[in-house]
Ligand binder design. Structure first.
Ligand code: ZN
Length: 292
């Protein structure tokens, strides 16, 4: 059993091995420094992580590896700050004999209809496993996106329980409900997105984003608000949409995944083709999505 868990941990590490650790550490330090707190919503990355049983496992493992990395450099008080700045509110932590419980105090008006923080459950499991030297797991039993407060049980044998979303309409609805409640802590937003912005998940994330965009186009959500849900500045005119990415989010993988969502959206909303022009200037991407 122990050997199996060690293998799971090695796999999680290998899957994000290509990412320079300094990028993650840089983002972590920026989150800890930031004064403005973001809010938690049904973000695109949390939807992708929860979409299938495979992506749920991937998200949990990626979070686990990040939690282990965090534990090498920081203590619990910094983990609590990280959660607070990321929009979870204060993270209260208590230990009992066989398990620990971490409750985040923030609440939200967004109702995703399920517990969404599998990446964070992995992060807590990774952090406390590294700190205690035991193979611990974590399960989110309540969630601020599901009418409660995010509650994580951490202990031996704990593992995420709830089901995958596996349904495009349901996922599109989660996004629709998050629109207008999506002020992210940008550094945390990118940090939690990074594991799916590279292969093996980049192509399937882009495809999933495109199909979700199509659903959102049929629903007729507002174009600029949808861009803002993606933390991108969007300007919509009769014939095109201009997207301006911040310096931080000008990550080629993120530009691909987010623009695929808007591309799918524009196609179904306006029943037209979309031609994409991409410019990178001074480290910032600007995209022109032209209706043709
Ligand atoms: Zn949650």
């Amino acid at each position: 059993m122990r050997a199996k868990k060690a293998k799971v941990r090695r796999t999680a590490k290998a899957s994000i091995a290509e990412m320079p650790k300094s990028t993650e550490l840089y983002l972590l330090s920026q989150i800890l420094k930031s004064k403005e707190h973001g809010e938690q919503f049904a973000s695109l990355q949390s939807i992708i992580y929860n979409f299938t049983n495979e992506t749920r496992q991937f998200g949990y493992k990626a979070g686990f590896a990040l939690g282990e990395l965090f534990a090498k450099h920081f203590e619990l008080d910094k983990l609590q700050e990280l959660f607070e700045h990321a929009g979870f509110g204060k993270l209260l932590y208590n230990t009992a004999e066989h398990e620990a419980i971490a409750i985040a105090t923030a609440s939200s008006e967004v109702d995703a209809g399920m517990n969404m923080h599998i990446f964070e459950a992995g992060m807590l499991a990774g952090f406390f496993s590294a700190k205690t030297g035991k193979a611990l797991g974590a399960e989110e039993t309540h969630c601020l996106l599901n009418g409660g407060k995010c509650t994580f049980l951490i202990g031996v044998g704990k593992a995420p329980q709830s089901n995958a979303i596996a349904d495009f309409s349901k996922a599109a609805e989660m996004i629709e409900r998050s629109i207008g409640h999506s002020k992210a802590c940008e550094n945390y937003y990118l940090l939690s997105f990074l594991p799916i912005l590279q292969q093996p998940l980049l192509s399937s994330s882009a495809k999933l984003a495109y199909l979700l965009g199509k659903r959102l186009g049929y629903k007729g959500v507002d174009a600029e608000q949808l861009a803002s849900y993606l933390q991108v500045d969007g300007k919509m005119s009769n014939s095109e949409m201009i997207l301006s990415y911040s310096h931080l989010l000008s990550h080629s993988g993120y530009v691909l995944v987010s623009s695929m969502l808007l591309r799918g959206y524009l196609q179904s909303r306006f029943k037209k083709g979309v031609a994409v022009e991409q410019h990178l200037s001074r480290g910032r991407y600007e995209l022109r999505l032209r209706l043709v």
